[in-house]
Design a protein around this ligand. Structure first.
Ligand code: ATP
Ligand code: MG
Length: 336
């Protein structure tokens, strides 16, 4: 576990809560469902589960479910026997076979089509699969780790994801928090990426100026850790001296920092007032208000969307859209 400690940076409470689950999740044979916005570290987490488990000597096989064409899903996952269809000149092993004894990482599981969902459900229930055209089933010992950037419960409600498969996948689950909700991790992560990039580009020690760090802390990071990593990488590549200044960090202007201001400084309004025009400031304040209001409401109603929407006197769907806009996951607020 020690190498994962070093690779997986962050000391915020919400991040540590997830990270501290790694030993328990990796020791169990049960399926693990990792949820989190884009760039929050889902794949890194899945790898940590595999390489800290007893399966580490066997393959870790990642599959991007969104990139599997519908008509090839079964072929890719289960393989086929020789002569299974015109053109099947030889036997082909599927990904389940490849991952035997190890871990199959089903990334973007939310994108799996309905047919593939039912096939996957069968494998999970029976622990065996049948290659296309074969009459014999094969037993497999594969740990399934799935990742989603959409709350699968919403998809179940919208009849786009099988409920029975959801429960099969959700035996053990972990939610990786977005970066804007754990701003205290930004500084450690930024320093880590500066060091790594400097090493990669063969530069000596590079550091961030106080203004540069402030700029990072005040940004909303919709692309989460991946975006932070990319911004630093670019800045280090282009930097001339050994200090990165705020101007060296290429961040989009349109991303509101309003959310940040509530956390970073004692006086959110004071900090940004004077730096923004009226319209921009108003947008920031509204954004900030929405987020705080929604968070409080969800917390009062313990993540129950119907109740929270009723209390806000909003349509459930419109309410969900607002949650989505702010990247709020109701599960974080549930009592369990
Ligand atoms: N806590 C962390 N410490 C160090 N590096 C991290 C951390 N979290 C994520 N990263 C790095 O950020 C990048 C994005 O992480 P990863 O690919 O695991 O995210 P993801 O949730 O799978 O994203 P996506 O949904 O876009 O596929 C990777 O390079 C990863 O190594
Ligand atoms: Mg990923």
């Amino acid at each position: 576990m020690s190498q994962w400690d070093e690779l997986f940076i962050g000391n915020s409470q919400s991040f540590l809560k997830a990270k501290n689950m790694i030993p328990r999740l990796s020791a169990s044979k049960s399926t693990v469902l990792i949820s989190g916005e884009t760039g929050t570290g889902k794949e890194l987490f899945a790898r940590a589960l595999h390489y800290s488990s007893e399966r580490r000597g066997k393959p870790f096989v990642p599959v991007n479910c969104a990139a599997l064409p519908d008509h090839l899903v079964e072929n890719e996952l289960f393989g086929h026997s020789k002569g299974a269809f015109t053109g099947a000149l030889a036997e082909k092993h599927g990904l389940f076979h490849e991952a035997d004894g190890g871990t199959l990482f089903l990334d973007e599981i939310n994108s799996l089509n309905m047919v593939a969902q039912s096939k996957l459900l069968r494998v999970l229930q029976d622990q065996e699969f049948r290659p296309l055209g074969s009459t014999k089933s094969r037993a497999v010992d594969v740990k399934i780790v799935a990742a989603t950037n959409t709350d699968l419960r919403y998809l179940v409600e919208a009849h786009q994801f099988r409920e029975d498969l959801f429960y099969r996948l959700n035996v053990l689950s972990v939610v990786l928090p977005p970066l804007r909700d754990r701003r205290e991790d930004i500084s450690d992560l930024a320093k880590h990426f500066v060091d790594r990039s400097a090493e990669e580009f063969g530069k000596g020690a590079v550091r961030l100026s106080a203004d540069a760090m402030m700029k990072l802390m005040n940004y909303a990071w919709p692309g989460n850790v991946r975006e932070l990593q990319a911004v630093i990488h670019r800045a280090v590549a282009m930097a001339i001296g050994d200090v990165l200044e705020a101007a060296d960090l290429d961040l989009p202007d349109h991303e509101p920092a309003g959310v940040a201001a509530t956390v970073v400084s004692e006086g959110p309004t004071e900090m940004v007032i004077g730096q923004c025009g009226f319209q921009a400031m108003k947008a920031k304040m509204i954004d900030e208000f929405e987020r705080t209001y929604l968070s409080k409401l969800l917390s009062v109603h313990q993540g129950n969307i119907s109740q929270a929407a009723r209390a806000a006197r909003k349509e459930r769907r419109a309410f969900q859209r607002l949650l989505h806009k702010h990247g709020l996951d109701r599960r974080i607020f549930s009592a369990a």
